[in-house]
Design a protein around this ligand. Sequence first.
Ligand code: PLP
Length: 494
Amino acid sequence: MSEQSAAELRIVEPTLFELSRAGRRGYRVPEERTAGRHPHGIEPRFLRREPADLPENGELSVLRHYTRLSTLNHHIEREMYPLGSCTMKYNPKMAEVAADLAGFRDLHPATPEDLTQGALELLVDLSERLARVTGMHAVSLQPAAGAQGELTCLFMARKYFRDRGEERHKVVVPDSAHGTNPASASFAGFQTVEVASNERGEVDVEKLREAVDGDTAVVMLTLPNTLGLFESGIREIERIVHDAGALFYMDGANFNAIVGILRPGDVPFDFLHLNLHKTFATPHGGGGPGSGPIGASEALAPYLPGPVPSRRADGTFFLDDDRPRSVGRVHSCLGNFGILVRAYTYLLFHGSDGLREISEGAVLGANYLMSRLRRAFELPYDRPCLHEFVISGSRQKAGGVSTMDMAKRLLDFGFHPPTVYFPLIVDEAMMVEPTESENVETLDRFADAMLEIAREAETSPDVVKTAPHTTPVGRLDEADANRRPNLCWGGRCG
Ligand SMILES: *Cc1c(COP(=O)(O)O)cnc(C)c1O
């Protein structure tokens, strides 16, 4: 944060450092508990030698401080967060409660199998449920993010072809794909071949046909694609891929648009990743832990990471490490367990009917918003969308107001902006994903704000170009704010 923000904080309310008075305490240790013992009941050898330079405050001041801080940043429990592709849906408290159960929360990853039967059962049951909703033969929960899921699958592909005595060097990726796709491909030692989209925002099937040959290991397809569209050529693409002996990969990060409706294993895709932190509770973003499980067909299942939580015939659970063709571990434990508990809870309380409703709600909300916004904004791909859609600020840009200006102005209305300038194939892009969490009144308020900003761009462009006006900090250097945050008060840590 900049100095400017520190100054703002001081105006709003005194900080804990300013409120501090020597001797103020937020706790009390009863006399009878410490009588005849060491002060605070702590042995001297555990006491620090010099007192810490910390503010001294009562509990209420501390609570108010943190509650106030929580309103300085945007978050889903304040207001809508339509950050396209990131799926900032509401994370139900039920999922948090389950993840916080002591038996899950306090479990040490190295606890022996006979003491972790419940946790292993959860992992087995979750992977079986995910296998069912995706139609895949088996699922591994180890990868800690979508990108790690992609990378693991590409390692699996490499090993699979080596075992068959084939060397294949190419991975084909559409130009609208998430940047992690080509990054994973080159990290796994493949050459990336990009395929252009057509004017409908889909993969150009004829260009794909030209790009795929006997040297192609994998074709990665994002479904729904990054413009929020279904690839209508999917049957033909599947045939092209498999006729060339290549593997068909689905980037299923945005499975929340098709879960309960389409099973990727029926297409068939050979393998895929899901983002539990987009589709099954746990919002994405903020740098928190994620989870990117991968599913594989019967032919690829032996290559999944090990050890694999498994069920014995007698109903007990164990870690199966006897998997000679596995690519090995990709996580030091068995995955980000807390995220897996949240996803499991989410799956249990929605059931399979509920999963379909999630997709329908996400798709309906996105189409509703798109139809309200199209009056004021350019719609580069004018057709029904799935869970998100892309509009362009090119009309406003021609009048001198950029997409970035409008995104900043949205903060004044209390909304988080949509994803901007992505995907790269759309000029002045704004990618809006309302998610199924939002009701129609909220969608309307958001649409009203966007339409008002479009009007301002014409009538009073300077208001938009100098936004935001109401936030604690203005336009930061976003890279610096992330990479070199100054988290110290008044230069206390130098
Ligand atoms: C979010 C996303 C990813 C990457 O997932 P991470 O968990 O951030 O690594 C990959 N592909 C698509 C389409 C995505 O939306």
